[in-house]
Design a protein around this ligand. Structure first.
Ligand SMILES: Nc1nc2c(ncn2[C@@H]2O[C@H](COP(=O)(O)OP(=O)(O)OP(=O)(O)O)[C@@H](O)[C@H]2O)c(=O)[nH]1
Length: 205
């Protein structure tokens, strides 16, 4: 069974918990405790494969709160970065978070394929109070080569389910790639070892 670890990042009140709870339970719950980190577990089946999903929902991150970001960046295999379309400052925070994910991953995983990220513009139902247009979100996502989706945790389950499913598929591919690479480098070092032992011996005969 695959273990899939995701982290939700975004500024305070962007709707991270609402998006996650909508995905996990299909329900919208208006208020959540926001003063503690939470780790959610769920067993899922995607494309016929059983998965153990763990999702880390840390308490809010601002652009300065680098220390909060470091933990999930090391731990997670994929990220959902959430902003509120009716709050420009949350979009600016999302930009900074995307940059920080990229920087941290470049330092930690040299040569590794990019970690899957989905940028989510939440509270689409508040479009009368919109401060971030859809094109800006799409453009930021293109810049960071990540998937983008506007959603309303308050109103809809389908879009949120689709975005998590797509992200989990990408993470499964990443985990497969890592496992193949480990196997390949393992068999290469075994070949080297055999060569070192028997190759040298053959030479001396
Ligand atoms: N109108 C509307 N309100 C939403 C939506 N999603 C969340 N909210 C509301 O926005 C507020 C913040 O939602 P949370 O899910 O707690 O946001 P959060 O990002 O987890 O916030 P912190 O835990 O403080 O970091 C709550 O009052 C939610 O009811 C949405 O799609 N539409």
């Amino acid at each position: 069974m695959n273990d899939i670890k995701l982290a939700l990042l975004g500024s305070q009140g962007a709707g991270k918990s609402a998006v996650l709870v909508r995905f996990l339970t299909r329900r919208f719950i208006g208020e959540y405790a926001s003063n503690a980190n939470s780790l959610y577990h769920k067993r899922l089946s995607i494309d016929g494969r059983q998965l153990n999903l763990e999702v880390f929902d840390p308490c809010s991150q601002s652009s300065e709160a680098r220390c909060i970001l470091e933990e999930p960046v090391d731990w997670a295999d994929g990220f959902v970065v959430v902003y509120n379309i009716s709050d420009r400052s949350s979009f600016i925070d999302a930009k900074n978070i995307l940059l920080q994910i990229r920087e941290a991953r470049m330092e930690n995983c040299k040569g590794e394929v990019e970690v899957p990220v989905c940028l989510v513009g939440n509270k689409q139902d508040l479009c009368h109070a919109r401060q971030v247009c859809e094109a800006e979100g799409r453009c930021l996502a293109q810049e960071h080569r990540c998937h983008f989706q506007e959603v309303s945790a308050a109103e809809s389950y389908q879009d949120i389910s689709a975005l998590f499913t797509q992200l989990i598929r990408q993470v499964m591919e990443l985990l497969k790639y890592r496992a193949d690479r480990r196997r390949y480098s393992g068999s290469k070092s075994m070949a080297k070892l055999i060569n070192n032992v028997f190759g040298k011996r053959r030479k001396s005969v």
